[in-house]
Ligand binder design. Structure first.
Ligand SMILES: NC(=O)c1ccc[n+]([C@@H]2O[C@H](COP(=O)([O-])OP(=O)(O)OC[C@H]3O[C@@H](n4cnc5c(N)ncnc54)[C@H](OP(=O)(O)O)[C@@H]3O)[C@@H](O)[C@H]2O)c1
Length: 271
């Protein structure tokens, strides 16, 4: 993997975080290329030491791996314009674009890994769901893991349909936590705290709770039970959340996100 040439098509936010992670983890910078029509984007990735250019066809020439990091709306046009051979591994991080469309725009035998990353990838703290088509070899699976792994954790799912669930849980997931943070800051200010104090209390609590759930041995349910004393303040708050059927509401919200992900895939499939 370390000697393979990787071409990024699109040098925006997601490509930059993957490239930075790869260079930091020791992938030779002269074996990473990126192409983008925007000079500012090219300058930004060039600062990592990689080769940046404005020609997509030049970038993919002789590259073993091609990462499509453009917006879903332009992906069809971009991919149809690339001349790939069937030994090149194609990695798509575009939300909602199904393998069927990616194969139609390249080749039915093109090895393709479809990925669903999330925004914390920008800080190297992301998590991506991955699914390969049948043409992907074991070595290519490892290569895809290493590339997406440069921006966080990776998890293979068993069916392409499960990427809709990944989208609902981790793809859109950061926004649910931001929503909860917003609501807690608002509630804190209503209780008399100034906004800065309410924000600091909320963010440190979110970070601390995530660390406890991630690094410790205990499940979230156990951790919650441990901090809920009978007759105490936490119990009162949780009883109000339960009375409002909050779990069911969260379930419906995620089901809605998964449904929207399926709709988007269908819309792309029809193009
Ligand atoms: N950001 C996330 O958290 C996230 C999460 C999950 C999935 N994704 C997926 O990751 C992909 C990239 O997202 P992003 O946030 O990195 O978007 P972005 O910052 O807009 O990056 C896309 C880049 O591609 C460039 N581009 C446009 N047309 C091109 C062409 N014909 N050839 C080459 N490059 C071209 C864009 O240039 P212009 O600005 O000039 O158009 C832009 O610099 C998307 O498909 C998105 O669905 C992102």
């Amino acid at each position: 993997m370390s000697k393979q040439t990787i071409a990024f098509i699109g040098a925006g936010n997601m490509a930059r975080s993957l490239i930075t992670g790869l260079v930091r983890s020791g992938h030779p910078a002269d074996r990473i290329r990126a192409s983008d029509p925007m000079n500012a984007q090219l300058e930004a990735v060039r600062s990592t030491g990689i080769i940046a250019m404005d020609s997509n066809s030049e970038a993919v020439e002789d590259a073993e791996i091609v990462v499509l990091a453009v917006k879903p709306q332009v992906l069809g046009e971009v991919l149809s314009g690339l001349k790939l051979n069937e030994t090149q591994l194609l990695i798509s991080i575009a939300a909602g674009v199904p393998l069927q469309s990616l194969e139609a725009w390249s080749s039915a035998n093109q090895p393709i890994v479809r990925c669903m990353p999330n925004t914390p990838a920008l800080l190297g703290a992301g998590i991506s769901g991955l699914f390969p088509n049948p043409a992907v070899s074991m070595a290519q699976r490892r290569a895809a893991e290493a590339i997406l792994g440069a921006a966080g954790k990776t998890i293979w799912v068993d069916t392409e349909a499960l990427l809709d669930a990944v989208t609902a849980v981790s793809g859109s997931g950061p926004a649910y936590f931001f929503y909860l943070m917003e609501a807690m800051v608002e509630a804190g200010t209503n209780l008399g705290l100034d906004r800065d104090t309410a924000t600091a209390l909320t963010l440190e609590t979110a970070y601390g709770a995530a660390l406890m759930a991630k690094e410790g041995e205990l499940s979230p349910a156990q951790l919650r039970s441990n901090v809920t004393s009978p007759g105490g303040t936490t119990e009162r708050a949780l009883s109000i959340l339960d009375a409002a059927d909050s779990r069911a509401v969260i379930g419906r919200a995620l089901a809605g996100a998964a449904e929207r992900s399926r709709e988007l895939a269908e819309e792309f499939g029809r193009r």
